[in-house]
Structures are given as C-alpha cells and as structure tokens.
Write a protein that binds this ligand. Structure first.
Ligand code: PAF
Length: 279
C-alpha cells in the first residue's frame, strides 16, 4: 500500500493504473477510522480494481468555534486498517498541499446546504464540497463512497456531482451502528461514560417514530412529537433539530406519502451527534 502526501505523486500513480485500464474507487475520510469507514472501504475494494482512501481533517469544513484542533487523529492505526482491507493508496496531504497560500476558490451547493445541519453550521457544506471536488479532480475516480449517516452531505454531494458534470458515480452506504444502536462516529470518542450511556436514546427516538410511521401515522407533526418526547426522557440531550424532509430536495414534508427522511442532530454535553432513518 502506498502512502502519499503529494498531489502530483498521487496523480502519477493513478495515471499508471489508468494505463492498465484499472477502475478506481475513492473513499474520502477525515481519519480516526471506525467500522463505518471500513464498510465504505470494503465496498470500494469489492467494486473497483484500485482504491484510494483520503485521510484529511479538512479545516475548511469546521466553523471558528468548532472542534478542528481536538478532532481525533491516529494515522498509524488508520494506515493499518487501510492496509488490512486491501486499499491500494492512502492520500494524507498536509493542509498546505490542499490549500496553498493564495487559495480562495470555494464550491457551494446553495439551497441544499441551508437547512438541517446548515442552520447551525453555515459554512460547513461549502468546506465539504470544496475539498470533495478537489479530491474528485485529483483522483478522477469512477466511484466515490459516502456514508448515509451524513444524509445531507450525501444529498449535497450527489447534487454537486450532477451540477458540475463530475463523471464519478456517488455510492451511498448504510449507517453502521454499535450494538446498542448508536451510529458509529469518530466524535463518539468525545462522550463521557455517562453521555455514552445516554447516547443510544437518539436512535431509539428515531426508531420510535419509524415504528409509528409503519403503524400508519403519516403526519410529520405527530411523528416529530414522538421523537421529541422520547428524547426528552433523556435529560442529557439538547435537541438541535428534528425534521422530516424529502430525501433529495431536503425540503420539509408535512405528510409522508413516499419515502421521507427523518433526520436529527442533538447535543450531548459539548458533543453534537447526528442520526437519521428513512420513513
Ligand atoms: O464525511 C466526512 O468525513 C467528510 O465530510 C469528508 C467527506 C471526508 C470531507 O472532508
């Protein structure tokens, strides 16, 4: 497995693979890899001749008061996981390689970035779109793999790829959960033992609304109330948002007729958790 920090070197390797007509998959990550990332990498390895994993904690997607400095990192462990899964190349650039002095171009997907997480993280998705479009330009992958836990990010990246004529196929992969239902996330590391115990309540609340929808409740207000009441039973949680939206447009849905996305973000102490499920 190659470990590359430089864009030109990465391009050179990809060009050699392309000469041999190899297909290329890309899994972009911010490192501190867990089973959620592994499911993306495994799928990429199964579906492509060559796989690139990027490990880059992207400063452009963190707001000024967010956790950029304390975001968990463990490159040595990440490289071991990538190697064990059969990844061909890990791209782990320094910030200066991705954003050299003078950098000033950003990619924004306007309407889709405004609701849900965009309300409390107004610059987040433009940072994500900028770095992901750079990765697409640098690697020119056939397929790129993203987790469905970040449902808004996935919808935005699909839109961006379509709008900007990237030829890459965007592949969404199911949420991977701990045994007690908590969605896997690098940020789960921040939780105190008490918060970790409370954390599955978020998935439980979404699950309760999912069951209610299955039993025939169709209006979003009633379903949202179920989530809010269920989460209120866990006093450590502070809700950021709970919404039911169309999975593609991310616009609020009042009555569930086709599939709808129930998405939530909530604070446990200083840690913001997100989760979602399709209704
Ligand atoms: O989902 C993530 O980990 C990041 O937002 C991504 C897609 C790697 C871009 O930095």
């Amino acid at each position: 497995m190659k470990v590359v920090k430089n864009i030109a070197v990465l391009r050179h390797h990809v060009a050699l693979w392309r000469e041999k007509k190899a297909s290329v998959g890309l899994t972009p990550t911010m490192g501190f890899l867990h089973e959620g990332h592994e499911s993306l990498m495994r799928r990429a390895v199964n579906e492509n001749d060559r796989v690139v994993v990027s490990i880059f904690v992207n400063p452009a997607q963190f707001g000024p008061s967010e956790d950029l400095d304390r975001y968990p990192r463990d490159l040595e462990h990440d490289l071991e996981r990538c190697e064990a899964l059969g990844v061909d190349l890990v791209f782990c650039p320094e910030v200066e390689e991705m954003y050299p002095a003078g950098f000033q171009s950003m990619v924004a997907v306007s309407a889709l970035s405004q609701g849900l997480c965009g309300k409390s993280r107004p610059t987040h998705f433009q940072g994500v779109c900028t770095v992901v479009s750079k990765f697409f330009n640098i690697v020119s992958p056939d397929r790129a793999y993203f987790g469905e836990k970040d449902a808004q990010q996935l919808a935005i990246i699909r839109r961006m790829a379509k709008d900007l004529d990237f030829t890459v196929e965007i592949v969404g992969c199911p949420i991977v959960r701990e045994a007690d239902g908590l969605a896997k996330s690098s940020r789960n590391k921040y939780l105190s033992p008490e918060e970790r115990k409370a954390a599955p309540a978020l998935n439980k609340a979404l699950h309760a609304a999912g069951e209610a929808a299955l039993s025939g409740i169709r209006d979003s207000r009633s379903l949202l109330r179920i989530v809010e009441e269920s989460l209120a039973a866990e006093p450590l949680f502070r809700i950021d948002y709970v919404e039911i939206v169309d999975p593609l447009s991310l616009q609020p849905v009042e009555k569930i007729e086709r599939g709808a996305l129930l998405a939530a973000a909530a604070w446990l102490g200083a840690t913001r958790l997100i989760d979602n499920r399709l209704l």
